[in-house]
Design a protein around this ligand. Structure first.
Ligand SMILES: [Zn+2]
Length: 250
């Protein structure tokens, strides 16, 4: 690290749990962020400000006026522009050292597999079950840690599926692909602006801890937040031995 980096990241370096070693891990890391919306915004902002060396951001949408109430990486003058371009501009203004690759697409198939293989951590902030399951399958196959988040109305949830361990549950153990899960979209249900900030910030924290190899993550746990009552609870997740996605027998 040069002198400017030592200053920029000094408040991390001061933490004994991170130190220079932890910060160097961030600088060398590559994170894959799915979605540049309500959750992806705080995730990308914190990963960039914290100095994660390479951030790959995927989103196929353009910035809409209705996004700005919560998608804090985008500015009013970005309405109509691609979300990935808008996010890249904001992140570059915060930390020009970080390499941000913006993919204006809904990644799937082999392309998603490759992106996941290249990542040290995958953060899912998308808004639909099809993509969530595709990302989960790719993470299971590539044995990559997946930080999953969701937020709608006043209800948020975060879980870490640390698929580097063969005993870890996957997203499909919790929400089977064949399940009746219906996409609950913010466009219909509404979402409380700071909820996406809280959940996305927890996702960023978990991703950074995974990259630094410090602390205890939400691996194998689901954190549920009711932001209306401001109640948090955590439930333990178990691997489903019959899960068709992660079970070796499946
Ligand atoms: Zn599973």
């Amino acid at each position: 690290m040069n002198d400017e980096q030592l200053l920029r990241y000094s408040r991390h370096i001061l933490l004994p749990e991170l130190g220079i070693e932890g910060q160097e891990k961030f600088l060398a890391a590559r994170a894959l962020v799915i979605g540049a919306g309500g959750l992806g915004s705080p995730v990308a902002l914190y990963l960039a400000s914290a100095g994660v060396g390479s951030i790959v951001l995927c989103d196929n949408e353009d910035v809409d006026l209705t996004n700005l109430q919560r998608q804090i990486v985008h500015r009013t003058d970005a309405v109509g522009k691609r979300k990935v371009d808008s996010a890249r501009a904001t992140l570059a203004a915060i930390n020009p050292e970080v390499r941000v690759e913006g993919l204006p697409e809904r990644v799937d198939g082999e392309r998603l597999e490759i992106l996941v293989q290249q990542a040290d951590v995958v953060i899912d902030g998308c808004d639909n079950f099809a993509t969530r399951h595709a990302v989960n399958r790719a993470c299971v196959r590539a044995k990559k840690p997946l930080v999953s988040g969701a937020a709608v109305r006043f209800d948020g949830q975060v879980a870490v599926f640390d698929l580097r361990a063969s005993t870890a549950p996957c997203y499909a153990c919790l929400f089977p692909e064949s399940g009746e899960s219906e996409d609950v979209r913010c466009a219909v249900m509404g979402v409380f602006a700071p909820l996406t900030g809280i959940i996305g910030s927890i996702q960023a924290a978990e991703a950074l801890k995974i990259l630094a190899g410090t602390g205890e993550t939400l691996a194998g746990r689901l954190l549920l937040l009711d932001a209306h009552a401001m109640q948090v609870r955590t439930i333990t997740l178990r691997k489903d031995p019959a899960c068709p996605v992660c079970s070796t027998a499946g």
